[in-house]
Design a protein around this ligand. Structure first.
Ligand SMILES: *[C@@H]1O[C@H](CO)[C@@H](O)[C@H](O)[C@H]1NC(C)=O
Ligand SMILES: *[C@@H]1O[C@H](CO)[C@@H](O)[C@H](O)[C@H]1NC(C)=O
Ligand SMILES: *[C@@H]1O[C@H](CO)[C@@H](O)[C@H](O)[C@H]1NC(C)=O
Ligand SMILES: *[C@@H]1O[C@H](CO)[C@@H](O)[C@H](O)[C@H]1NC(C)=O
Ligand SMILES: *[C@@H]1O[C@H](CO)[C@@H](O)[C@H](O)[C@H]1NC(C)=O
Length: 420
């Protein structure tokens, strides 16, 4: 591949991940919205807004918003905010041109999956005298909130409008049960990840997960199919420490809802990270599809099992293989920074020489198995996994070289964007 086409691919893949607007920046112009803005960041809803287009954000000034923030926990504030994020574009003109003067519109609360009936929708009604009223779409609700002014528009991408009071849907102020009460094993078993559930149970990792659940935790649980795929290492050949590292690699000590994964630009550090290695991965997004890249393989996020601040749980299509355990020697750790490039053989880590055979010989998997994604997905999972023995090493090295090249180039492109 010539340098030009590589750069072109790179620019294309960056274009799909850099969003056109930044709600934090838009609202930072006005100190009246500082509370609202602060809570959009705390709840990570800012990422969700930035990862979408055709969206309307109904903002409240500090005085109007304090009625919610002063008396309710973060999980409730998040629900209230979610109901103020409309998945359609309304500016001043469109508000006054609603067909028949009234409409229902879907909000971000609806997409969380636990909003029942019309709870996640908002009623917008063009009232007499130029007033526009907002209320819950649930039957019998009043239009308790009114449009006050337009704040900012980027036509058809994002509109920010001010309203004078929060929209209260029935039940929205009820706090959900705390994340530490969630039975993680039961949830992921039910979502088709029984193998992973039994592994974290038998290795005692479930205790770590449960105790981290209310401090910020994201779990990427491979589904049962993932463990049956060709090329998945034979877990019985791993040492206990390696198995634990592999399982810890499937979680991060951070709340990462899907919007945050989509807008994330930095490598995500997993629970396996310690002095012995970075144990991280990068994320790429193509439309609604989000893929994690370890440097050895990649895995698509299949489903959101739970999004309950500060705990998020996903099922993923493939077992994530950390380069620290599964790269063939000489280890091509995909290092984003040339300086101090980590030799992945620190004290307590298993050295590559001791590492288990990463790719047990197996018949090649049928081609075209991997979900097609962004250009960054080119070294696809299926291709990497279908190889065995020596050729796997070649594939791994090639993809690592590509990763380094792409990382270096993107650092260059990003710095030139920000320096200009
Ligand atoms: C959005 O803007 C804020 C404040 O200007 C900045 O801190 C943040 O990094 C920006 N986010 C993105 C995704 O660029
Ligand atoms: C507007 O009202 C008319 C008459 O009641 C109805 O037939 C039509 O479906 C309504 N349009 C919308 C978009 O609700
Ligand atoms: C919106 O609420 C008003 C007032 O309760 C009601 O008259 C109207 O029918 C509602 N609009 C829709 C589309 O349900
Ligand atoms: C609106 O969003 C699209 C897609 O992200 C982007 O290409 C376009 O430049 C944005 N428009 C403006 C005016 O920012
Ligand atoms: C969680 O659910 C599993 C069944 O999937 C059950 O065996 C276990 O006892 C439950 N744990 C708690 C603390 O309720």
């Amino acid at each position: 591949m010539g340098n030009h086409s590589l750069i072109l691919l790179l620019i294309l893949s960056i274009a799909t991940t850099i969003s056109a607007h930044n709600i934090t920046e838009i609202l930072s112009d006005n100190p009246d919205y500082s509370q609202y803005n602060n809570f959009l960041s705390q709840t990570k809803l800012a990422d969700e807004i930035n990862s979408r287009t055709t969206i309307t954000v109904l903002v409240l000034n500090n005085a109007a918003f304090s009625s919610i923030t002063s008396t309710h926990p973060l999980a409730v504030v998040k629900k209230v905010l979610s109901l103020l994020i409309l998945l359609d574009y309304f500016d001043n003109t469109k508000l006054h041109q609603i067909t028949n003067g009234t409409t229902l519109t879907t909000t971000l609360l609806q997409t969380t999956g636990n909003a029942q009936g019309n709870i996640g929708s908002v009623n917008i009604t063009d009232l007499k005298g130029g007033k526009v009223g907002f209320g819950s779409a649930a039957p019998g609700s009043k239009l308790d909130s009114s449009y006050t002014k337009s704040v900012k528009q980027i036509p058809y991408n994002i509109s920010v409008l001010e309203i004078n009071a929060p929209i209260i849907a029935p039940g929205i102020l009820t706090a959900p049960p705390p994340s530490s009460d969630v039975n993680i094993t039961a949830l992921i078993e039910k979502a088709g990840c029984k193998t992973f559930a039994s592994l974290i149970l038998s290795n005692g990792l479930i205790k770590t997960f449960q105790s981290a659940a209310d401090k910020g935790l994201t779990i990427f649980a491979p589904n049962d199919e993932a463990f049956k795929a060709h090329g998945v290492p034979d877990l019985s050949k791993l040492t206990n420490a390696e198995t634990v590292s592999l399982l810890q690699y499937h979680a991060a000590a951070k709340y990462l809802p899907i919007g945050s994964l989509k807008t994330n630009k930095d490598p995500i550090s997993s629970l396996a990270a310690n002095g012995a290695g970075k144990f991280d991965y990068t994320v790429s997004t193509a439309g609604d599809s989000v893929t994690l890249h370890t440097g050895v393989d990649s895995s698509r996020i299949a489903d959101t099992i739970l999004d309950a601040t500060p705990l998020s749980i996903y099922s993923v299509d493939s077992v994530l293989l950390p380069p620290e355990l599964f790269a063939t020697s000489p280890s091509p750790a995909p290092a984003p920074t040339p300086a101090g490039a980590p030799s992945p053989t620190p004290a307590s880590a298993p050295s590559p020489a001791d590492a288990p055979t990463p790719f047990p010989a197996s018949p090649p998997a049928p081609a075209g198995e991997s979900p097609d994604g962004s250009p960054a997905d080119a070294p696809s999972t299926a291709a990497e996994r279908s190889s065995s023995g020596k050729s796997a090493g070649v594939h791994v090295k090639a993809s690592a070289v590509l990763t380094i090249t792409v990382t270096a180039l993107s650092a260059f492109v990003i710095s030139s964007v920000f320096m200009s």
